[in-house]
Write a protein that binds this ligand. Structure first.
Ligand SMILES: Cc1cc2nc3c(=O)[nH]c(=O)nc-3n(C[C@H](O)[C@H](O)[C@H](O)COP(=O)(O)OP(=O)(O)OC[C@H]3O[C@@H](n4cnc5c(N)ncnc54)[C@H](O)[C@@H]3O)c2cc1C
Length: 387
């Protein structure tokens, strides 16, 4: 009996698993491992932070998504992997042998060696991070006395988080003497990778909402309620809360794989999403760089990419188990970008067409509804959005 083990049940692993379960070759045993007890629909974490959507939509429990009769679900952290010996070692000391492995452990925040960042800033990557931010906002008398919230990192996550923090602050009627939220970005522009039209529109909405952007900033140190940075000379910014969205790096689990890394990105894989020279291992999501792309032009680390790859992995895994010949090849197709501004507003770039306001917000919700794991969650989301 072939034993297939899935590690990491996020956008790559969970969706590949669920598609694979639609038609499992007879005699296959399936085990799925994640360190957490719930899937996190990360593009909606801001809605959770802003009390717009609840945990059952943004972070549904695996028990509701994975049929226990077909899959042995293990909640544990994987400590090590030996793909040649086909063995997984869990942090609690247990080991599991597999015939085929599907590996999708995602990314972890990267602090670039900045002193105090890991300890004092609140990263915004996981459901636990969003909960920590919610609690901090509730208990801290934040943004009183003119102290703004500070977001380090002006990528899409940092900008959407800045909008959400601004929204919460204005909803609670908190006032500041200066800007409500300050975004610090290392490069000379925010939202690199998005189109000029989207960037311009987002910048003007940030200004309207009292969100200040400072670019070409090198953050030197983070304290609990302050950031020290260089911008010409050294400066210090007192902040009610410091959020960290300044980068990610692939999961440390990839270090044990005997393959080439793509710069600081994920591992190189074949177009069938198999590990070169180790065909019984499929890798997807943030853990891979784009097969066929040049070093320096890696695949974006997005749910969009992981979701597309999950279908290829499910199909190839099935044919690998049946006749050892995976045939589907992955090719990235960029569908569009969304930036949430508020409960009723967004900016969208759908195949080059830039929209804003209520129409963009509806397009964003429709795109995410389509990708939610099942109808029960979609129904809850619609109910919560309409309430
Ligand atoms: C706040 C936020 C907003 C985002 N918004 C968007 C967006 O709007 N659009 C978009 O396309 N992308 C977005 N992304 C990026 C997107 O979330 C990732 O690219 C995507 O989740 C990658 O999928 P994955 O399967 O590789 O990893 P993940 O979805 O992160 O899943 C990895 C899983 O592996 C588990 N895991 C990791 N290590 C171990 C271990 N050692 N043992 C056991 N389990 C382990 C984790 O618990 C997790 O469940 C956003 C990210 C964040 C943080």
């Amino acid at each position: 009996m072939a034993h297939v083990v899935f590690i990491g049940l996020g956008f790559g692993g969970l969706y590949a698993l669920r598609q694979f379960l639609d038609d499992v070759p007879e005699g296959t045993r399936v085990t799925a491992i994640d360190q957490r007890d719930r899937f996190v629909f990360t593009p909606l974490l801001y809605e959770y932070l802003a009390d717009e959507l609840e945990a059952d939509v943004v972070a549904p429990s695996y028990d509701t998504l994975i049929p226990s009769a077909e899959v042995e679900l293990i909640q544990a952290r994987v400590r090590d992997l030996d793909v040649q010996a086909r063995r997984v070692e869990l942090e609690d000391g247990r080991t599991l042998d597999f015939d085929v492995l599907v590996l999708a452990p995602g990314s972890v925040p990267s602090y670039h060696g900045v002193a105090g960042a890991r300890e004092h800033a609140i990263s915004f990557y996981s459901f636990e991070d969003a909960d920590r931010m919610r609690t901090t906002l509730k208990v801290r008398d934040w943004a009183e006395g003119g102290r703004p919230a500070c977001v380090v990192g002006g990528g899409v996550v940092g900008v959407e988080l800045a909008f959400a923090l601004g929204e919460i602050l204005s909803r609670e009627g908190r006032t500041t003497t200066g800007p409500r939220v300050i975004v610090l970005e290392a490069m000379d522009e925010i939202l690199r990778g998005l189109s000029e039209g989207v960037r311009r529109m987002v910048r003007s909405k940030m200004e309207e909402r009292g969100i200040e952007v400072r670019t070409s900033i090198r953050v030197l140190e983070v304290e609990e309620q302050a950031v020290r940075f260089q911008n010409g000379g050294e400066q210090e910014l007192e902040a009610a809360v410091v959020a960290w969205t300044a980068g990610i790096q692939p999961s440390p689990l990839l270090q044990s794989l005997p393959v080439e890394r793509h710069g600081r990105h994920g591992v190189r894989v074949e177009r069938t999403l198999q590990l070169p020279g180790v065909p019984h291992v499929f890798v997807l999501g943030d853990a891979i760089s784009y097969p066929g792309r040049e070093v320096g032009a890696p695949l974006p680390d997005t749910a969009q990419a992981a979701y597309q790859q999950s279908d290829i992995v499910a199909r190839n895994l099935r044919t690998w188990l049946k006749d050892g010949l995976p045939r589907a090849e992955y090719d990235y197709g960029h569908l569009g970008d969304f930036v949430r501004v508020s409960r009723s507003e967004a900016v969208a770039d759908v195949k080059g067409v830039v929209l804003d306001g209520g129409g963009a917000s509806l397009a964003r919700r429709a795109a995410y509804l389509f990708r939610m794991p099942d109808w029960a969650i979609r129904t809850s989301a619609i109910r919560q959005w309409l309430s």
